[in-house]
Write a protein that binds this ligand. Structure first.
Ligand code: CTP
Ligand code: CA
Length: 227
């Protein structure tokens, strides 16, 4: 008797997934952050692993357990996330940037705890480096680069602009207007746009099922560009 094994679609492929928020230090005890839970990125890391990829998860501060058989690299700030993602990018076939990276960071980090005084406090902020744009400039023909877009208005147009501007293969639009979708919960509703402008709408479902949808789109793209 003979057995035939169908290899997993992403066997031998390396994936880089970023997830969670970043924390930008103001002083030794305070930071600027956001409400990202990291759940969507962790679910994508797990889904890609299930399809056979060897996955590195670059994670901002979250309260989540590391998915099985995924290698995890923890970072805190946008700058640390840029350094980690840049380090893994060249060897990665698949890059999914699902982290909610801070757009601004304090111009200076106070070396001591800032003491309260009369009147208002102003903290000067400078722009962070856009990680996805940096990676998009280095992208080669056999890499699949996926970004996310969080929009509250003019969603499809803004997402499409981001896809072009950042040189992505796919952008996953998370609508904040949909009930049950977004940052903190366990469900999400997404729209995926590809570089040809094709738009795919998905139903509201669990983040793990959403991650499976994203992973199969990626597997199909890898299959197409490597055949
Ligand atoms: N992103 C990034 N580096 C940053 C900011 C964002 O890599 N410094 C990535 C996010 O991980 C996401 C994509 O860019 O995959 C889009 O993020 P989003 O916040 O929706 O868009 P921005 O380009 O930051 O523009 P804006 O916040 O003004 O809409
Ligand atoms: Ca942003």
């Amino acid at each position: 008797q003979q057995f035939f094994y169908r290899p997993l679609p992403l066997a031998g492929k390396k994936a880089l997934v970023s997830a969670g928020p970043t924390h930008e230090a103001i002083d030794p005890v305070r930071f600027i952050g956001n409400h990202s839970s990291g759940k969507m990125g962790y679910a994508i890391a797990s889904a890609l692993q299930s399809l056979g990829a060897s996955v590195t998860l670059v994670s901002g501060p979250t309260h989540l357990p590391t998915p099985q058989k995924v290698s995890r690299h923890d970072v805190t700030s946008a700058q640390e996330m840029l350094a980690a993602c840049s380090m893994y990018f060249d060897v990665s076939d698949i890059i999914v940037m699902s982290a909610a990276v801070a757009d601004y960071t304090p111009l200076k980090v106070a070396s001591q705890k800032i003491k309260k005084k009369d009147g208002n406090l102003e903290i000067a902020l400078k722009k962070t480096t856009d990680i996805l744009t940096t990676l998009g400039k280095k992208k080669t023909a056999n890499q699949t680069l996926v970004g996310f877009a969080l929009e509250t208005e003019n969603e499809l147009q803004n997402a499409q602009d981001k896809l072009k501007r950042k040189n992505l293969d796919y952008i996953v639009l998370n609508s904040m207007q949909d009930e049950g979708a977004g940052f903190a919960g366990d469900t999400n509703k997404i729209t995926v746009i590809d570089s040809k402008g094709q738009i795919q709408h998905f139903e509201l479902k669990s983040k793990q099922k959403v991650a499976d949808d994203i992973a199969s789109i990626i597997a199909a793209h890898q299959g197409a560009i490597n055949s």
